[in-house]
Design a protein around this ligand. Structure first.
Ligand code: PLP
Ligand code: COI
Length: 339
């Protein structure tokens, strides 16, 4: 194998040795299978190709200073995948089987787990797709669960550094009562144009307001939003955002740090009041926000006056990383050790 430059990895796909697959046929899930093939052979009328019966997840494995491999909150990803399956009428995959598949794929690709010092990690991407042929708009009768891994570096430029975001009103990623709370591919297809607009204009990512009124903050591209002021961690309550596991973990850590936590609709104007703000997610971890531009209204909400991450975001970031890498105790049993 060519030497991997662990410290300069981007957030991209790299071929690894194995993936794990499981087939749903005749009304039940089969056994987990280890596979070295990168491609899938599926029917051209599969529902995932026509009607978007596709769900995915994202989680990470970390190599600790002690050499141990830790996966962060796989049970929470399993539960979110089950929720997505209920949302688009696919058969649920049990938490136990999900965690076993994650364990199996991580173990089989152990040589791709970045070393502790590199700060990189192994991204784990499970997907569950409708593979049964269907021409009418109906759920499939056959499904495939796959989980692959790839070593990754930071999702946003510079890792833990501030970035600018831009409010996009032209396109919504999800409708108020649509599939925004589910991790389905369609939401990401819907986000591509807004994401390109933001990138072309030099922003880290697009920033969404609620689809109905364009009054409240929804999400920062593929990450949740949090703001900090008066020793309070504030994050949106909305029917069209993905329930982020990172955000849920940060809410807990903020509370443990003696902060108040508020989950409520956040009007756009409130952006002027935050002392710090960040985008959070598995890929992004915490990406502190420098400013959010509202080009249509000729406004720029500058959050970080000196362009640096704020002290509370920094503390939350280090606390979360310390638990993920096993540098500090894991009081909530968030980590699954793979051995
Ligand atoms: N919001 C969206 C739209 C996402 O794609 C993600 C990534 O999974 C998140 C938020 C963050 O969620 P999590 O912290 O569970 O990775
Ligand atoms: C994640 O944070 O895991 C994501 O899924 C974000 C993006 C790569 C889709």
């Amino acid at each position: 194998m060519k030497e991997i430059d662990w410290s300069n990895l981007s957030f991209g796909y790299m071929k690894t040795d194995y993936n794990v697959r499981c087939y749903y046929r005749d009304g039940k899930w089969g056994e987990l299978e280890l596979c070295s093939e990168e491609t899938l052979n599926i029917h051209m009328a599969a529902t995932c190709l026509h009607y978007g019966q596709e769900a995915f997840e994202g989680l990470k494995a970390y190599r600790g200073k002690d050499g141990k491999i830790r996966v962060f909150r796989p049970d929470a990803n399993a539960e979110r995948l089950q929720s997505t399956c209920r949302g688009i009428l696919m058969p649920e995959f049990s938490t136990e089987k999900f965690c076993e598949a994650v364990r199996m794929v991580v173990k089989a690709n152990e040589r791709f787990i970045p070393p502790y010092e590199s700060g990189a990690s192994l991204y784990i991407r499970p997907l569950l797709i409708g593979t049964g042929a269907q021409v009418g708009v109906h759920p499939a009768n056959e499904y495939l669960f796959v989980v692959f891994v790839t070593p990754v570096g930071p999702y946003f430029k510079g890792g833990f550094a501030t970035n600018p975001y831009v409010i996009i009103r032209e396109y919504d990623r999800a409708a108020p009562l649509g599939t925004g709370t589910f991790k389905v591919g369609g939401n990401y297809a819907a986000s591509l144009r807004a994401n390109k607009m933001a990138h072309d204009a030099g922003y880290a990512s697009e920033f969404y307001l609620d689809a109905k009124e364009k009054k409240y903050i929804d999400e920062c591209g593929a990450a949740n939003f949090f703001g900090i002021k008066d020793n309070t961690y504030v994050t949106p309550l909305s029917t069209s955002i993905l329930p982020s596991i990172t955000n849920r973990s940060l809410m807990q850590l903020a509370e443990d740090m003696g902060m108040k936590v508020e989950r409520r609709p956040i009007p756009e104007e409130e952006l002027t009041t935050f002392e710090e703000a960040g985008a959070c997610g598995t890929a992004a971890v915490i990406s502190p926000i420098e400013r959010i531009d509202d080009l249509e209204n000729h406004k720029s909400y500058v959050i970080s006056k000196d362009g640096k991450p704020g002290p509370i975001s920094e503390k939350l970031y280090h606390k979360l990383r310390a638990i993920q890498y096993g540098d500090e105790p894991d009081p909530y049993g968030w980590v699954m050790i793979v051995d």
